[in-house]
Design a protein around this ligand. Structure first.
Ligand code: GLN
Length: 452
């Protein structure tokens, strides 16, 4: 399937066919032999998976979608990858993304854009467009993504797939190349809610190598997805996250989802989160600030690319400058400049400090909302997939795509996007987002299974 369609979709940056086939053959042999070893096989043994190329893997390159890491191989596996291997899941390859996961369209990849399988002239969302497109185009049944401001959920919405951003700290970030460490989470990209629960069950749980990893045992997410009930649950519509600015077809499918939940026995209430209007602004200060610090390690010495200055003295600063000038793309440079500015002496309190205060207000909005509702609901993105190129030269228009997904990252709460049907105007997929309190990821699967 990859050979047949990926020339058009460009979901994969690297295909790991030989190793994946070897793992599949090993699982087949164990099954054929039967006995205790076959019994002990994991429930996802032999099910292939694609991995976003921000997550490090032994034996395959990891580029983060950037020229600066071209040809670099990690000497270690991310914890989530170790867990996939332990379950004997064949790793099909590494998927395309916006450079260092900065973007909402996968057009900022140094290796060319990924295309939306529903319409090849449209974006597959971002930054994890490769993982979402691979699943939507049936190139992989499962994929992993990372979500800092919506990069699992928004691509899920515009490609008609399911994407989950787990509670912050509930899936190890060890081996996910850091973009904004206080916001990043790894999570599943799949075709059904149950598939996401199965994959989440494999990758989740405590990891001593991630200092922000929660100590809690993982809840039974698979059971929650199989139960699928909203009887007696209060579902809260977030007043600020629909209506004006949202495409009519998106609103229509959102209303269908509400009607379905009501029919299934949920109580629909409305909640207000007045500080969400400042969330996007706060995110675009906090995220570039953390990224500017995290990306300082790409210095032309430790990883991948090294570019020497064409003339003049060969000092470390000049090698670093030449490497970073050639190795980073425009969006990454824009955010490094924004971030270093926001963190600089004299501006720190006004920008970074204020943004952190807004972050606390967003958390309080969630606390108040979850006192009135068990699960919150909104459209995942304001529009369906837009044409390639449409927002490439307008960073603000691109950033606005994340208006509904960013609050969850600022507060660390889990979110799930699932297909809500097709928009009337353009026949493209619409995503419905569910949000639950921190550590209550199981609720998302329980409600998601009803909506599917
Ligand atoms: N689109 C958002 C951004 O550009 C989110 C990215 C992400 O979640 N990695 O920052």
């Amino acid at each position: 399937r990859i050979a047949a369609v990926d020339g058009k979709v460009n979901a994969f940056l690297h295909i790991n066919a030989e190793e994946a086939l070897a793992v599949a053959a090993e699982v087949d042999a164990i099954r054929a032999a039967g006995g205790a070893e076959a019994e002990a096989l994991h429930f996802l043994a032999g099910v292939p998976i694609a991995v976003k190329d921000l997550i490090v893997t032994i034996g395959q390159p990891t580029t983060a979608g950037s020229k600066i890491l071209e040809g670099w191989h990690s000497p270690y596996d991310a914890t989530v990858v170790e867990r996939l291997r332990a379950a004997k899941m064949p790793i099909l390859g590494k998927t395309n993304l916006d450079e260092f996961a900065m973007g909402s369209s996968t057009e900022h990849s140094a290796y060319g854009p990924t295309r939306n399988p529903w319409d090849l002239d449209r974006i597959p969302g971002g930054s994890g467009g490769g993982s979402a497109a691979a699943v939507a185009a049936f190139e992989a049944p499962l994929a992993l993504g990372t979500d800092t401001g919506g990069s699992i959920r928004q691509p899920g919405a515009v490609t008609g797939t399911v994407g989950v951003k787990p509670t912050y700290g509930s899936v190890s970030r060890y081996g996910a190349i850091a973009m904004a460490s206080s916001l990043d989470q790894i999570g599943p990209v799949t075709r059904t809610v149950l598939d996401s629960a199965l994959l989440h069950q494999v990758i989740g749980g405590h990891d001593p190598r991630d200092s922000t990893s929660l100590p809690d045992p993982l809840a039974d997410l698979v059971a929650a997805a199989k139960t699928g009930s909203v009887e007696g649950l209060r579902i809260g519509i977030i007043k600020e996250l629909h209506g004006e600015g949202y495409q009519a077809g998106v609103e229509n499918r959102f209303n269908d989802a509400l009607a379905l939940l009501k029919d299934a026995g949920a109580e629909i209430v409305e909640v207000s989160c007045p500080n969400f209007q400042y969330a996007l602004g706060a995110y675009y200060l906090i995220m570039p600030s953390e990224a500017s610090s995290n990306l300082a390690k790409f210095d032309g010495v430790r990883y991948g690319l090294r570019v020497l200055p064409e003339e003049g003295p060969m000092t470390i600063e000049r090698v670093m400058g030449a490497t970073r000038a050639a190795g980073f793309g425009d969006e990454v440079k824009r955010r490094i400049i924004l971030g270093t500015y926001a963190l600089s002496a004299g501006y720190y309190d006004a920008y970074y400090g204020s943004a952190q205060k807004v972050r606390t207000l967003v958390q309080r909005d969630f606390e108040a909302a979850f006192a009135q509702a068990d699960v919150l609901i909104s459209p995942t993105a304001p529009t369906t997939a837009f044409p390639l190129g449409e927002k490439l030269d307008d960073p603000l228009a691109m950033y606005l795509n994340d208006v509904a997904t960013i609050p969850a990252n600022l507060a660390g709460v889990p979110g799930l996007s699932l297909p809500g049907g097709l928009a009337d105007e353009d026949g493209l997929p619409v995503g419905i987002q569910l949000l639950a309190p921190a550590r209550e990821d199981a609720r998302l699967y329980r409600v998601g299974a009803v909506l599917e």
